[in-house]
Design a protein around this ligand. Structure first.
Ligand SMILES: NC(=O)C1=CN([C@@H]2O[C@H](COP(=O)(O)OP(=O)(O)OC[C@H]3O[C@@H](n4cnc5c(N)ncnc54)[C@H](OP(=O)(O)O)[C@@H]3O)[C@@H](O)[C@H]2O)C=CC1
Ligand SMILES: O=C1O[C@H](COP(=O)(O)O)[C@@H](O)[C@H](O)[C@H]1O
Length: 517
């Protein structure tokens, strides 16, 4: 690793252990991320990757799987440069059942040999792409099998979901913490690895014209939309237990909210940033009564419908889903961050599957100029907006009011855009690349600390309990629509509306962009 400005910073020499190496996450995200890091020189000269799962695989078969995954899902393609073998030869596979401590002892012997022959100094990163029920036993067996006895660091990267509710998350955390220290645990929320989510700090704290306005005096409301066109695909069995509340709100939505709402940290180090984030999550108003949950939250589930001319089934007809399921595939809420900065400012959040577009956007709607005294009699003024486009298009735009050229004092909204995707390509680099690289460097800023997670569950649990106890069932919405009408009413009650996402407002706005539109 070097921090010389002109050279690529690479991760320290290490062995990466991918538990769940035959699974979907490894195939779609982890192998491609490792290859991109390799292509950019970020894995350094000396590293090895060990794939682990129960099913038998030879090294050759495993390398073929890795090749296939990278060919299909990676932004770099194998063979574009003559470095493929230099990468794939680092991969080996060992069949291992996570419940079998003897297998971990064999893994230890194998690892020591691997480290000696590759001159790797005992740094070990364990990535658990496994069902969460296995996290505790893997941690114990890593310790009991001697895998933590090497010189060098040991880091555990774990996937979501981290628990099903606060008590189960706490149990899981206890199990892990019997083996690993908090600063050795890297809990993934892949939204924190997204370029534009990380950019929120810069937009907020490096711009003189936002910092003074970023509060209740100038901001009317904030809207966070995470819309997906996909349904539950082949994940019905998992999703039916989880629903949008646990799958998306407990983690990605609340994490984006904290990045928008947090106070400036004293320093840009992981603990200072996460200290500020946890204060925000603890300040989010908790909805404890059925009345609160009915009036502030919308629960929806997609029924059959159509999108771009394609007929789509309803959620209850999907594979592995109970035909009488009341699991929500859509969630919208009016949230409040109860502190001095944000008192009274609604944060509207919505997420759903089978919505009309794939788009994650954060809209900051500013308060209007006083009473529109100069212009209001003649025409309606539109509020100023700052829009942060997170996914799949990345960028920022402002909507401001400007004079329409001509003799009349006509006003038109103008969108001034920085389209990052247009410059560097869509979603580049992938969230998993950043996160694996950060974990390997021991950089924990964009991972969730236990106290953040605990506080998030304390927001989620009362909502789930109220739904269950008071039989609050999801409102059905046609697949391909924007969710139940109640989600629009949440904003209308306050005199607002959802701003169109994904550039769907283009016809009403004059665009000034860094690309030709
Ligand atoms: N897929 C995705 O896009 C996302 C996944 N996640 C999370 O990542 C984790 C993995 O998900 P995903 O890859 O989809 O799951 P899969 O079911 O596709 O893969 C599970 C993996 O675990 C292995 N495995 C299961 N039991 C054992 C065991 N006892 N010992 C050793 N290996 C075992 C399986 O291999 P084998 O059967 O050969 O043992 C397989 O490689 C989950 O926590 C999930 O919630 C999070 C976000 C997105
Ligand atoms: O964690 C998850 O995220 C994806 C959406 O992620 P994105 O980066 O494609 O926006 C979601 O589809 C999935 O249900 C959830 O588990």
């Amino acid at each position: 690793m070097t921090d010389n400005k002109n050279e690529t910073i690479s991760a320290p020499e290490a062995v990466y252990f991918i538990f769940g190496a035959t699974g979907d996450l490894a195939r779609r995200k982890l192998f491609p991320a490792l290859y991109s890091l390799y292509r950019e020189g970020k894995l350094g000269e000396r590293f090895a990757i060990v794939g682990l799962a129960r099913r038998p695989r030879t090294n050759e078969q495993f390398r073929d799987d890795v090749h296939e995954s990278i060919r299909e899902f990676c932004r770099y393609k194998p063979g574009e440069k003559d470095d493929w073998n230099g990468f794939v030869d680092r991969f080996t596979y060992m069949s291992l059942d996570t419940g079998n401590v003897e297998a971990f002892k064999q893994l230890k012997a194998y690892t020591e040999q691997l480290e000696a022959s590759n001159d790797i100094p005992g740094n070990r990163l364990f990535y658990l792409a496994l069902a969460p029920e296995l996290f505790g036993s893997v941690s114990r067996n890593l310790r009991d099998g001697g895998m933590l006895e090497s010189e060098g660091w040991h880091r555990l990267v774990i996937e979501k979901p981290f628990g099903y509710d606060y008590p189960s998350a706490e149990n899981l955390n206890e199990e892990i913490r019997q083996v690993f220290k908090e600063n050795e645990v890297f809990r993934i929320d892949h939204y924190l690895g997204k370029e534009m989510v990380q950019n929120i700090e810069v937009i907020r704290f490096a711009n003189a014209f936002f910092e003074p306005l970023w509060n209740k005096n100038h901001i009317a409301n904030i809207q966070i939309t995470l819309a997906e066109t996909v349904g539950v695909e082949d994940r019905g069995a998992y999703y039916n237990k989880s629903g949008a509340l646990r799958d998306m709100v407990q983690n990605h939505m609340l994490q984006m909210l904290t990045m928008i709402a947090m106070e400036p940290p004293a320093r840009l180090d992981p603990e200072s940033i996460r200290d500020e984030k946890v204060k925000v999550i603890r300040s989010v108003r908790r909805y404890m009564t059925a009345e609160d949950v009915r009036t502030q939250i919308v629960r929806g589930q997609y029924a059959s419908g159509s999108l771009k001319g394609k007929e789509l089934k309803g959620y209850r007809e999907e594979d592995h889903v109970d035909p009488a399921s009341v699991t929500e595939t859509f969630f919208a809420a009016r949230l409040f961050v109860e502190n001095f900065r944000w008192a009274g400012v609604p944060f509207y959040v919505r997420t759903g599957k089978r919505l009309p577009v794939k788009s994650t956007e954060i809209v900051v709607e500013f308060k209007n100029v006083p009473n529109h005294v100069l212009f209001a009699r003649k025409q309606e003024l539109q509020p100023n907006l700052l829009v942060i486009r997170v996914n799949p298009m990345e960028g920022i735009y402002f909507r401001i009011n400007a004079k329409k050229p001509g003799n009349d004092m006509k006003i038109q909204p103008v969108a001034m855009e920085f389209c990052q995707s247009c410059q560097v390509g869509i979603n580049t680099p992938e969230a998993y690349e950043r996160l694996i690289f950060d974990a390997a460097r021991g950089e924990g800023t964009y991972f969730t600390r236990w106290d953040e997670l605990a506080a998030a569950w304390k927001i989620i649990d009362p909502i789930a309990a109220a739904w269950k106890e008071h039989a609050i069932e999801p409102a059905l919405y046609p697949a391909g629509s924007w969710g139940p009408e109640e989600a629009d009413r949440l904003l209308e009650e306050d005199g607002f509306h959802w701003w169109p996402v994904n550039g769907q407002d283009e016809d009403n706005v004059v665009w000034v962009s860094n690309t030709s539109k």
